[in-house]
Ligand binder design. Structure first.
Ligand code: OTU
Length: 647
């Protein structure tokens, strides 16, 4: 039986009966309204992935959806209602994000709750805690090898602590974002243990191959994520007497999403987390969910369909829950994770704006914004109701995702430019201000990525080491400039823990055998609360950076033009060192962002103001709005940004 109209009507009838049985009349009616709105999207998506098996799968998962609604705590139902009333909350200009490891920030979940004042000073409304569900023992990829999706890492606390933290955050108007790894589990997860013990049902939860025939065939077109430290995409598992698919590390087993039981299990996990008060799920490694021979096994139509099905079903049970796609893929493939397909299909409300991050660092290295202008101008816009998560640094490396066509359009050799960036940020290029490191240098392709904290990459570490006040000043300006871009592009800007205090690289990971092989730990330092105590002293590096970021946040939240519901146009100017972008938020005004990536003052032809539709603007970032405008030109300080708005 396929999902024809009769089958859909039967499913709706089933939900109505379950709801009548388990929910009050008002909740049942509200659920049915959500089912009516979402059922076609879900049914289409599941039919694409599972064909004839979709109807049975749906009949089963609807029981879980109704049970989740029945179990949803009262304060979360209130939140659902608020979000339904304010569906654009994640687009709002007053959203500011902060990302950290709970243990590195505060020790435990209970202690995170005691550090919320620090976040409030920065205007934070959105807290992403790095993976905290119970992982396998180290090494566990910073928690991305999950052994139990329903338990918290005992070193951090338990599920009660998690619930208390989400409640404490909600009371301050902060939303909690948690990682959900849909692509793989730890080799130590109960499903994998049962598979290893010989249970064929659980063996079928993973992608298992008796011999090398298929693995070899797949490998012909598969890239390697960690070529240095985890080469190949398959691992021999003696207990299975077979090869198991392991895209990332050998102890991260890819799930078999062609098995509808895996879908039902992971939906249950989503509903479980939503009912603990998690408001945003960061869907880790989303592009990898579906494998197809002869491809790179990323961004397959089925991967999108799976996300759409998870989206629709969890929205029925927990309307307040949002999805954020972690898809570090080429720009043309990225907006599909926000639902842009043949027609709009609800998928994720947020996605990482990797391109903005890469282009910002590229512009800072070259002191030229032409490539950034070229690449960002042609990026398709996020569909209505969706937006980006913008960021300057994260826990991951920087992969130099410069598209060949963009590089060529501005006269750069794509391969050489990517290699230049990796070398520049590793401090291997003469004249480099950066003190990062190469990550996963691939001897075969010549590719390399970059590790290093924002302060070390932007020149602050170099300035301090050399005791050179000019270099230090430039480093601080670069770090703030990168954030002035991220804070005024559409989306929720995410601060990476420690960047607000200019924390430098932390080489101590080399002493930890569980981390020494992975230099991404270079930029995952422990929070330095002594440095935080200097945050109000403008005579210190910490004070300048913290004060600068607090200022950006405070200005941002007062600028309705930065609501992400509008349009963004990246503009060409006559000045190669300046990135210019126009935000138009209908009924809320417009903002022209200008960022000078050069170490010296630059100016742009003031016709850009007319183009932006701003007659007599002020700089929202400057005291009294003043900026330098004379001789037909707008002048920008070295490594400085203007946020121009109408008076
Ligand atoms: C993610 O990253 C996480 O951010 C990493 O910290 C994890 O190691 C990894 O998943 C495995 O769980 O390739 O280089 O398009 O780029 O999922 C990092 C998405 C990665 C991938 C991304 C992955």
């Amino acid at each position: 039986m396929t999902l024809d109209d009769r089958a859909r009507a039967a499913l709706r009838e089933q939900v109505a009966l379950l709801a009548a049985d388990q929910l009050g009349a008002a909740d049942a009616a509200a659920l049915l309204a959500r089912v009516d709105r979402r059922l076609d999207d879900v049914a289409d998506a599941l039919a694409l992935v599972y064909g004839d098996a979709a109807a049975d799968l749906l009949a089963g998962v609807f029981e879980d959806v109704v049970a989740a609604v029945a179990a949803r705590p009262a304060d979360l139902r209130r939140l659902d209602r608020r979000r339904e009333d304010e569906p654009d909350w994640h687009l709002r200009e007053d959203q500011i994000g902060y990302v950290c490891y709970a243990d590195r920030f505060a020790g435990t979940l209970a202690n995170v709750a005691k550090r919320l004042d620090h976040l409030e000073e920065l205007g934070v409304t959105y807290l992403h805690l790095m993976p905290l569900l119970r992982p396998r023992p180290e090494p566990n990829d910073g928690g991305y090898a999950v052994a139990d999706f329903r338990g918290v890492d005992p070193a951090l606390g338990d599920v009660d602590d998690l619930e208390q933290l989400t409640a404490a955050l909600r009371a301050r108007g902060m939303s909690l974002c948690l990682d959900l790894v849909l692509n793989h589990t730890a080799r130590e997860h109960a499903w994998a243990r049962r598979a290893r013990a010989g249970d064929p049902d659980y063996r079928d939860y993973y992608l298992v191959f008796d011999d090398r025939t298929l693995p070899d065939a797949y490998e012909r077109t598969l890239p390697e994520v960690f070529p240095d430290t985890a080469p190949g995409n398959f691992t021999w598992e003696p207990a299975l007497d077979a090869w198991v698919w392991t895209t990332f590390h050998e102890w991260q087993w890819d799930l078999n999403h062609a098995n509808p039981r895996v879908f039902a299990e992971m939906l249950d996990v989503i509903l479980f987390l939503a009912n603990r008060g998690v408001e945003v799920l960061r869907l880790d490694a989303a592009p990898f969910l579906w494998k197809r021979l002869g491809t790179d096994c990323q961004n397959q139509p089925e991967a999108h369909a799976l996300l759409q099905a998870f989206r629709g079903l969890s929205a029925m049970a927990a309307p307040a829950l949002l999805f954020k796609a972690e898809a570090i893929v080429p720009p043309d493939q990225l907006v599909q994770y926000l639902g842009r397909h043949d027609r709009f299909r609800p998928e994720c409300e947020l996605a990482y704006h990797n391109q903005l991050m890469v282009q910002t660092w590229s512009a800072l290295a070259t002191r030229e914004a032409r490539l950034a202008t070229q690449a960002l101008a042609r990026l398709p816009a996020p569909p209505q109701g969706t937006t980006w998560a913008t960021f300057v640094r994260s826990h991951d490396d920087i992969g130099w995702a410069i598209a060949d066509a963009d590089a060529r359009a501005v006269g750069l050799d794509p391969r050489l430019h990517r290699r230049f960036l990796a070398d520049f940020y590793a401090g291997r290029h003469p004249g480099s201000f950066a003190r990062g490191a190469l990550f996963q240098e691939n001897a075969l392709t010549g590719d390399a990525r970059t590790s290093g904290s924002a302060a070390s990459l932007s020149g602050i570490e170099q300035g301090l080491d050399l005791g050179d006040p000019v270099l230090l000043d430039q480093g601080i300006r670069r770090l703030l400039l990168a954030h002035a871009i991220a804070f005024a592009f559409p989306g929720i800007p995410l601060l990476w823990m420690g960047d607000e205090l200019a924390l430098r690289n932390d080489p101590s990971y080399l002493q930890d055998p569980a981390h020494a092989h992975d230099n991404r730990w270079l930029h995952r330092p422990l929070m330095d609360w002594e440095a935080a105590a200097r945050r109000d002293d403008p005579g210190t590096v910490e004070g300048r950076v913290f004060g600068g970021l607090r200022h950006l946040a405070a200005v941002r939240r007062r600028l309705p033009a930065l609501h992400a519901g509008g349009e963004t146009h990246v503009l060409w100017t006559d000045q190669a060192a300046v990135l210019a972008w126009l935000r138009i938020a209908p009924g809320r005004g417009r903002l022209l962002g200008l960022a000078n990536v050069a170490d010296t003052e630059r100016s742009v032809d003031d016709r850009v103001l007319g183009e932006a539709g701003l007659r007599d603007p002020v700089d929202a970032l400057a005291p009294h709005g003043r900026f330098s405008h004379h001789g037909g030109r707008v002048h920008l300080p070295r490594l400085g940004a203007l946020w121009l708005v109408a008076t």
